[in-house]
Write a protein that binds this ligand. Structure first.
Ligand code: F1P
Length: 345
């Protein structure tokens, strides 16, 4: 058992309160969201840095597959340093995501986008009083997702729920609050049911390298949950798209490898086949998904509404790994909660 009362643990365990807040905030902004005419945009760009870039990856996949718009994710810095490789003619919908609302790259991107009148801006943040929050045509600020810890856990999940609810709202015919009860109850149940299992994996010192596999929206979530493990415990870990793993990375697999598979609904047989290959090379496997997996959601929710359920247990894996190595999960080495700097040009 952890000897100290770390904020990270509390933030992971209580995160469904922040999910609920996210749904409330989207409901409050429903009219403005519904006024957006997606057909009017040449593309939807979703940007952030670090965790919020990975959130953008998951969200872009969700936007394009659910709403049929061209949606792309970029790290904010790419729009600043290589704008021509990103921007297209025509009106753009920019979704800027930042827990703090103060990250320099994201702020500069939004300011330039506004100045150049490229289209409309939606801001997603956890701080309604941040500089970024004032720059959006729509601002979804989920204040209950705020954290004391450096690594994003409940903040990330809360902003992801907001994006999922926004997709629902833009689809027009569904209201995300229909799913609210099931989603929150499933989140709490999954945490309680599986926290001991993930703690066992985290404390297994025979495992020295972790790979997170995910495709579609699960790729962004695989990147994020791998980042959690890296940040909190400095463990060797990388994310990959499922089938990409066979094209080289599988060479890394040995008896000390854990492969974590974020199993999707439609591609599960291909995903399971990749995992079987890695098992033949000695890897241990931990699968997460709606059913037929080691960690089962059993939520009954449509896939687009339940992606957030992958997060809490995999965040806990990172937390317990940090504890196992006697590291402070609240303050990972070498990083700060916000990266602010003077831009050179
Ligand atoms: C982005 C971010 C965090 C990360 C790190 C530095 O912050 O990359 O994801 O944990 O500590 O900043 P934000 O723009 O989402 O506030």
């Amino acid at each position: 058992m952890p000897s100290k009362n770390y904020a990270t643990l509390n933030e992971i365990l209580t995160q469904t309160i922040a999910w609920e807040d996210a749904i409330k905030v989207v409901n409050e902004n429903e009219k403005l969201i519904k006024e957006l005419d997606l057909k009017a945009y040449s593309q939807v760009l979703i940007v952030g840095c670090g965790s919020t870039y990975y959130l953008s990856l998951a969200a872009a996949s969700l936007f394009q597959s659910q709403l049929g718009v061209i949606a792309k994710a970029y790290p904010s810095s790419e729009l600043l340093l290589f704008p021509k490789s990103v921007y297209t003619d025509g009106k753009i919908l920019l979704i800027a995501i930042s827990r703090s609302g103060s990250t320099t790259e994201t702020l500069r991107v939004v300011e330039a986008f506004k100045r150049e009148r490229r289209g409309h801006i939606i801001v997603i943040t956890n701080y309604s009083d941040s500089p970024l929050a004032t720059l959006g045509d729509i601002c979804l600020s989920i204040n209950k997702g705020q954290e004391k810890s450096v690594a994003q856990t409940r903040s990330f999940a809360s902003m992801f729920v907001a994006l999922s609810a926004m997709v629902s709202c833009l689809e027009g015919n569904k209201k995300f609050d229909l799913y609210q009860h099931l989603l929150l109850a499933s989140g709490n149940r999954i945490i309680n049911t599986y926290k001991t299992l993930v703690e066992q994996y985290a404390r297994n010192n025979a495992i020295t390298q972790f790979f997170f596999l995910g495709s579609g929206s699960c790729y962004g979530l695989a990147c994020e949950t791998s980042l959690k493990l890296k940040e909190m415990s400095q463990t060797i870990t990388e994310p990959f798209h499922f089938l990409e793993f066979r094209h080289g990375p599988i060479s890394m697999v040995n008896q000390n490898t854990l492969i974590i598979g974020l199993i999707s609904e439609n591609a599960s047989s291909s995903e399971m086949a990749v995992l079987k290959d890695t098992k033949n090379f000695g890897a241990k496997i931990l699968t997460v998904g709606e059913k037929g997996t080691d960690i089962e959601f059993q939520s009954g929710l449509p896939e687009y509404a339940r992606y957030v359920l992958y997060l809490p247990v995999l965040q806990l894996l990172a937390y317990y790994r940090a504890i196992n190595f006697d590291k402070n999960p609240d303050e990972p080495r070498n990083i700060t909660a916000v990266v602010e700097f003077d831009m050179i040009s």
